[in-house]
Design a protein around this ligand. Structure first.
Ligand SMILES: Cc1cc2nc3c(=O)[nH]c(=O)nc-3n(C[C@H](O)[C@H](O)[C@H](O)COP(=O)(O)O)c2cc1C
Length: 371
């Protein structure tokens, strides 16, 4: 793969998929899902994904059940297993400050980087699930305090990975002349973050390599992109943007819409409402009320990260055009969830990604070199 440095608008848009390392899939619905959270299913899925043109897999961190997700494999260990089963795919391991401290995280990820030709990345998540923190005896900080801690966490990771005799005097973490050996391979593991609130955006504009946000329309995503890129520029930082989407690609638009209707008709209302209550509380705790789920409706909440709103639901052609429309407003990566992961990742790779590459090529964008 080759990119034109410093010209993200012309780079091929990247694709990631959510690793189903928790049970129940990515929709809070009783619809049939031919997806499993077990390792055999996931190893095969990762292999299908890398053969299908996916660049990244994003694993999730959950410590307890709640609104589905009764069983959960831990993200770092699981990510390593997927890296060991693949050769090109990058796997993004989720880290939750609080349960993780940056010394342990930096060491774990450096080792995995050494073992996997540097294919590991991290997603620093700031947390939304108070009940989970309570269950494992972790203090639950106010919304913006969670981001203050995450920012110190990210600065610590980067410092440990790049410096010898690293020192940090923060409110949450302290390091004194610490030298990690060995450090991760170069280039360093990329640092993603999840969250859309004011605090999340400000953190992205200072320290993160990537800003992941919930699903939304190109117009709404553009506002976020302009906001964080403007601030990042003022800070002398650059940040790339990934957007969540739940893809339903079918031969006809009607078939795809019917699947969406069935997912929503079979939603578990108690679980969706309870999830909505939890995340809106987490979001409301952000002073400006712009958190990830601040405006989500019942239907939006059936998908954990507002993935229906991105509207990658229809024929491959419609979906490819909408992906390029997102790219046009500054999106660098599309993060995808599916109902039946293995078969739909394969379908997406065969029918949607080639159309995206055709549209990019027709506009003179850099395209992926043939492998
Ligand atoms: C792409 C993405 C992935 C996320 N992954 C996780 C995760 O694995 N575990 C978790 O507890 N929270 C996860 N989150 C939630 C975020 O950490 C954050 O708590 C949430 O987005 C609310 O942030 P906000 O109120 O700042 O918008 C994820 C969020 C996004 C957008």
């Amino acid at each position: 793969m080759s990119f034109i440095p410093g010209n993200p608008a012309r780079d091929p848009v990247k694709f990631a998929y959510w690793v189903p390392n928790v049970s129940g899939g990515l929709v809070i619905s009783k619809i049939e899902q031919r997806t499993s959270w077990d390792i055999d299913y996931n190893r095969k899925l990762a292999q299908i994904a890398e053969a299908s043109g996916f660049d990244y897999a994003l694993s999730q961190i959950r410590f307890t059940a709640g609104y589905g997700a009764e069983f959960q494999h831990e993200s770092v260990a699981f990510s390593h297993a997927l890296l060991a089963a693949t050769t090109k795919l990058k796997v993004i391991a989720a880290l939750l400050p609080g349960p993780w401290n940056p010394a342990l995280a930096a060491k774990q990820i450096a080792t995995i980087s050494q073992l996997t030709e540097g294919r590991v990345a991290v997603n620093v998540v700031s947390g939304w699930f108070r009940g989970e923190f309570t269950a494992i005896g972790e203090p639950w900080l106010d919304h913006d305090e969670r981001y203050r801690r995450s920012e110190e966490f990210i600065r610590a990771l980067r410092g440990i990975w790049t410096e010898d005799n690293f020192n940090q005097r923060g409110d949450f973490y302290r390091f004194t002349n610490y030298s990690l050996k060995p450090k991760p391979l170069s280039p360093l593991p990329e640092i993603f973050q999840g969250g859309s609130s004011r605090a999340a955006r400000d953190m992205a504009s200072r320290v993160s390599d990537w800003y992941f946000t919930n699903g939304n329309s190109p117009e709404e995503i553009k506002k976020q992109v302009d906001d964080i890129r403007g601030k990042a520029k003022a800070n002398g930082h650059s940040v790339r943007v990934g957007v969540n989407a739940f893809a339903i690609a079918r031969d006809t638009e009607q078939e795809a819409r019917d699947v969406l209707s069935e997912i929503i008709a079979k939603a578990d209302p108690d679980a969706v409402n309870a999830f909505g209550h939890e995340v809106k509380n987490a979001g409301k705790a952000s002073p400006e009320g712009q958190g990830n789920w601040a405006k989500s409706t019942f239907e939006d909440l059936v998908q954990y990260n507002d993935g229906f709103k991105t509207n990658l639901i229809g024929t491959p052609q419609q979906i490819a055009e909408r992906i390029v429309a997102l790219k046009d407003v500054g999106v660098d990566l599309i993060l995808l969830g599916f109902l039946h992961f293995q078969e739909e990742v394969d379908f997406f790779g065969k029918h949607v990604i080639p159309l995206v590459r055709e549209i990019e090529a027709s506009r003179g964008h850099q395209v992926q070199a043939a492998e």
